[in-house]
Design a protein around this ligand. Sequence first.
Ligand code: UFG
Length: 336
Amino acid sequence: MRVLVTGGAGYVGCHAVDALLRAGHEVRVYDNLELGHAGAVPLGLLIEGDLAEGDKLSDVLSEQRIDAVMHFAAYSTVGESVTDPGRYWHNNVLGTLSLLDAMRATNVRSLVFSSTCATYGVPKKSPIAESTPQDPVNPYGMSKLTIERALADYASAYGLGYAALRYFNACGASPHGHLGEAHANESHLIPICLQAALGQSESVTIFGVDYPTRDGTCIRDYIHVDDLADAHLRALERLSPGAGLRLNLGTGRGFSVREVIDACRRVSGREIHVEIGTRRTGDPPELVADPSRAREVLGWTARYSEIDPIVETAWQWHVAHPAGYPDGPGAAFEHS
Ligand code: UFG
């Protein structure tokens, strides 16, 4: 297939591009490079553009003879979505509607969409199955849920075939060493710990030690980015017109913040200084997936289910790329 990957210069998107190419698909990346890295996209595949440019999207879809779209382009920082929700409603909601309408206009009917466990809000039960009521507690989760609802309507009325994949905590890096996590203003736990291990920061602050969990810190389901990419490929092959798949992507195992910090110490062999802070607004105590439906529907299970091997891939990336991606289009691929 020839697949357009929006946000293919971003963290999860670039790993999906790599997996698509390795599986023999043709790829075009559509990214405005606001948060993505030109260096993370193989040479010749990047088309610079914004989701809001509907006519440009339509031109790309038809001129490049695209068969299917994987849609990663979005803002995804929970805290920022609370302080600046307009960004999330415009980019994540209106931007995606612009993409959906361009797909409709050019008769491209297959879409794999990045959704999130943040659509569940603070669930009453753990692990979380897809039947759990979706009740987001922040604008980020609401923006993704809004699009899930739009996708269902576009499927029944216009014949769209889609998969909404609800990621738990994406993490890790390509074991091939050329792709990894490089956010400006990093807020995610594992890279923050590894930056502290590298001496790039003084310490890690634990956001709350008074949660009703086994050690008082929040529990999350850490899913390796290559496992996410694998699930996207499988979902792409199972799309059917007028129908939707809604699937959780997680390991089914939860690790606490303290357990993740300990894993980062073990893997790096370095001390990581910890400070105890207050709770971060909007953090549910525990988010762990029940991934059994993805196993049944896609034949998918996470290959990385232990935390240490996940952290090892991230550590290799951070050691080799302490300043993130090398500059220049396709730079990550020059020696791979
Ligand atoms: N944490 C700390 N200190 C830090 C950073 C994080 O204690 O410096 C804690 C958080 O409070 C949380 C856990 O580590 O309990 C994981 O935090 P992350 O920021 O790494 O990830 P989140 O669970 O907040 O967010 C991720 C994705 C979101 C998605 C969300 C769903 O980044 O896009 O999962 O809950 F919406």
